[in-house]
Design a binder for this molecule. Structure first.
Ligand code: TXA
Ligand code: MG
Length: 342
């Protein structure tokens, strides 16, 4: 069932379903979330089943005000309030010590909980109507790209959940930045919509090594699983050999259907391509926000064209570019690995 977020009756239906312990997907500014009453253990358990998600990968609780934060977290440090003041509502998730209201199912057995106040009028209104925090992971089947439209959610989950609230496409397009405030200095566990630079302006020193060092044990349990991947292999092109590699791929096309996720600049420099070549434009390097917004959508678009393989152009690892490259590294193999497999 797809409900329209701008219809009052549909908003009410969604809230009633959530209060009854059912699952409802809803829009946030980052990606669509698969929502359940965050204080209803059974409803939260159902999220894992609907997504096919491993049970040690905990959920984020979405709140609409600081009173909700104080219900679900304890020993909240001052810097949590400083970050909330600076970035909430917004694409920032804080890891804090949980209270006994938060079940093991939500926290994945940890004594901490992830909390976020989303910057989307539909999400905030829904949380207020339900009157409780909403547990919500990204509303995709486990392992697939996160959904940035209601249609993406429907393709993955429509027959498994009570409904999907359609609030249009998501603005940020990548998931929230996760910051662990139970350690000193605070650690970024997942880069996202709020950059390390922006956090450091407010917090001082932030540990960015946690998320970016692939040899270190992942602290956000979800980061250890294969993620964001479409159904065919994706290869990351080499920044220094972009034109040559694209040329090689085009020349070696044979009878394959090939998808590319490229910048406006690179697409502009390409010759006319053959049938069976699909170009998805991630926008200009001058607007990395656009590439962030389009990345998951592009992967899903090319998947629907039934391409046999995809190639993606890397982005500069600065600001939101850090989050873009974090996702690309998780979903793609290097171009060289692709060549040795062929
Ligand atoms: O933007 C977002 O964050 C979206 C929207 C819907 O809010 N949600 C989202 O949820 O991306 P999900 O479940 O796909 O990712 C949550 C991440 C996982 O990597 C999980 O392991 C981590 O948060 N996480 C949750 N609770 C945690 C905790 N207590 N300690 C460390 N990491 C935690
Ligand atoms: Mg996810």
């Amino acid at each position: 069932m797809i409900w329209q977020a701008n219809q009052k009756d549909d908003m009410n239906r969604a809230a009633v379903a959530l209060q009854a312990g059912q699952l409802v997907a809803f829009p946030t500014e980052t990606v669509y979330g698969l929502g359940a009453d965050g204080l209803n253990t059974q409803a939260c358990q159902a999220i894992y089943e609907a997504k096919g998600r491993p049970s040690d990968n905990p959920l984020i609780l979405h709140i609409a005000d600081l009173a909700m934060l104080e219900d679900i977290c304890q020993n909240i440090p001052d810097r949590a309030y400083v970050l909330a003041e600076a970035f909430w509502p917004g694409p920032l998730t804080l890891i804090l010590e949980k209270t006994s209201l938060v079940s093991e199912v939500v926290s994945g057995g940890l004594d901490t909980v992830a909390v976020r106040m989303p910057n989307h009028p539909v999400a905030l209104e829904l949380i207020r109507k339900v009157g409780r925090p909403l547990a919500a992971p990204s509303a995709n089947l486990s392992g697939r790209p996160s959904p940035t439209t209601a249609t993406h959610v429907a393709i993955d989950l429509e027959d498994r959940i009570a409904g999907i609230l359609d609030g249009g496409p998501c603005e940020v397009g990548l998931e929230s930045t996760i910051v662990d405030l139970t350690v000193d200095p605070p650690a970024i566990l997942r880069p996202g919509g709020i950059s390390a630079e922006a956090l450091e302006k407010v917090l001082g020193l932030v540990n960015t090594g946690q998320a970016l060092d692939p040899d270190q044990a992942p602290k956000a349990p979800g980061m250890k699983y294969r993620h964001y991947a479409p159904s065919v292999p994706v290869y990351l092109l080499d920044e220094g050999r972009l034109a040559e590699e694209v040329d090689e791929v085009l020349k070696g096309q044979g009878d394959k259907q090939i998808g590319f996720l490229l910048s406006d600049e690179l697409i502009g420099a390409l010759p006319v391509v053959n049938a069976g070549i699909y170009l998805y434009n991630l926008g200009s390097h001058k607007q990395p926000d656009l590439a962030a917004q389009r990345l998951f959508s592009g992967l899903r678009y090319l998947d629907l064209q039934e391409v046999d393989v995809m190639y993606a152009e890397p982005w500069e690892e600065k600001g939101i570019g850090v989050a873009i490259m974090n996702r690309m590294h998780k979903l793609a193999l290097s171009y060289e690995e692709g060549n040795t497999c062929m």
